[in-house]
Write a protein that binds this ligand. Sequence first.
Ligand code: NOJ
Length: 723
Amino acid sequence: MAFRYRRGLKTDEEINEAIDEILSQMTLEEKSGQLCQSVGAEIVAIGSTKIHEDIDELIRAGRIGSMIQVDEPKTMARRIRRYQRLAVEESRLGIPLIFAQDVIHGYETVFPIPLAWSCSFNMDLIRKAVEISGQEAGRCGISMAFSPMLDIARDPRWGRVSEGAGEDPHLGSEIAKAQVEGFNDAGLLCCLKHFVGYGAAEGGRDYNTTEITDTSLYNTYLKPFKAGIDAGAGAVMSAFNCLNGIPMTANRHMLKDILRDMLGFKGIVITDYSAVMELMQHCVAADEREAALKAFDAGVDIEMTDSYFRQYLPQMVRDGVVPQDALDESVRRVLYAKYRLGLMDDPYRFIREDEIDSFIFCADNRRISRELAEESIVLLENDGALPLTDRRLSVALVGPFSDSTDLCGCWQFSHRREETVTIRQGLEEEGFSVTAVPGTDVFDEVDIPSAVSAARQSDVVIVALGESSVISGEACSRQSVTIPDAQLRLLDAVVAEGKPVVLVALSGRPLVLTDVRNKVNALVAAFAPGSEGGRAIARIISGAVNPSGHLSMSFPYSVGQIPVHYDELPTGRPYVPSSGEHFQSRYLDGPNAPLYPFGYGLSYSSFRLKEFEIDGHVAKGDVVKVSVTVENVSDVAGKTLVQLYVRDTVASISRPVKELRGFRKVSLAPHESLTLDFELSEQELGFFLPDGTWTVEDGDFDVSIGFSSDDGCLSTRTFHYGA
Ligand code: NOJ
């Protein structure tokens, strides 16, 4: 008969008292069990080292506190119910398990990859998408999501740029908040990852070490984590990478001084997959026991998939190596999360088998996926070829993604992938007569002549090229971030037919599109748009939807420029092309600017800034008020993204040439004008010094407003702040 812990508790005080009671009943083995997250036996085959462990017995013995689960919805729900029953009814204390999964951009309904949805700049839709993802996964028993991924990334060679919100800390923070709120709305425990700096992997090679300056750490990499913590995230995952030579899993300074003390995080710290074991690979622990000790001492609460805490912590407490209080604190955090998730009241509350058929992948969820995809797609070039409003045009659709369901990108386990709407289906729904001939697969030619012949017989050619879902995401770093060669040969062959060509680029990362953009009449970056991807792309092409996505990450001119991002620091020798001066900060063989900068995106409408007002002098502590009027100067209704950047013109340390500090996505009817008010508080003007102190310095600030981070698209005013 299981121990009866207290239920129906509301306040932290009540919960903490109840946890005290539970802790007083627990053995050291049971306590360390709560800190152990296991993979279920059914997925052991994909790489766990614990193949021979008897999961059922470990659960009965209270030696597992949470589990990772991935499977087809009903199968998973059944299995989770069974494991939960073992924990609740057959273990001594009856403490329920948390079930976790990587719910990154959807569950069965797949939304665009996060890199794509960040281009929507639409926080409401992102929050809704995350809520739906959490609700779908939740109905199958998942109570914890390993999401959102908040790694700022400036290197598209790194495959995991797909999972994050791009290069900008301000946008990243807004999206972090939206995602945490979405998971909170769904009632799931979410986990900010990867703490911290994982996106700065040297050379873009996954898992590689990082070199991050203190100012970048504080001002760039930590910022989205702060936003996620403030929004109420209950867990943080330590990253795989080393920082200052110390793997994050054993980095006491980062996990304690920074995460707990500076950022105020009170929830659970969990390692990444097998990262305690990897302390031995990093060569900072000689054996399993030392790895466990270093990770626990650094501030890790839960080990993901390792079993070293389970094996070594009890004895280390008995030996006085690990203080009993420290163990209790970690267990308290886990039990607190279980209370807050409602699992202590109803361990089965997440499992809703009866709602799986009606809710998961339902029409409403897919509609949100389509809307988000439509807002995420970025129109990069258009000489007027788009939109294709004349439905009598015959369309040749070529390329490996012409009629492919591989539009969902990395990190999704959907069993409805085959129901992904293809581009062909989408175009046919829009009323076009389409001849779809792939011509190549992702890396190899299949039948380019047939694709060319389809192009010859059509009025317009749509070419769908790029990356498949398996070449972006974790462990998918690439040295050349281009469209693979076979596909480029296909493009050249169809372009030679002389028909208007629209290139739809599918990818999990920014691609180098420098050569191809001049060959085509229109270029659309669709990333991996999700379950409704083909429909969203077709509606953009037909003009049913006016494109409104803006890049959240620069598209480089060449790989040699990487890392390239808009918020760079000035140099002592800025490049002034007209000066003829040799000793300037520039490349001899290519431009400094990326091909397409952060914030860039075209529309079928044209917009302009009409008025821009700002106070010339603002007293310290006062809010800076900015007012700007934007006008749709075209006959086409559309949405645009008004972006506000700030520059501290002279400061005690070199500050970026501009930093995004506000944005507003607005819908404007033909010739409509709208006045937008922005407010900048000290929060938007200050910065962290290298020692981690926050400062707001008096002086002149530039405020630039426009439709892209490119200087040519911005209007700038200066105000004086403080004395
Ligand atoms: C490794 C990845 O780095 C992390 O993001 C993920 O949550 C875990 N594996 C669990 O799948």
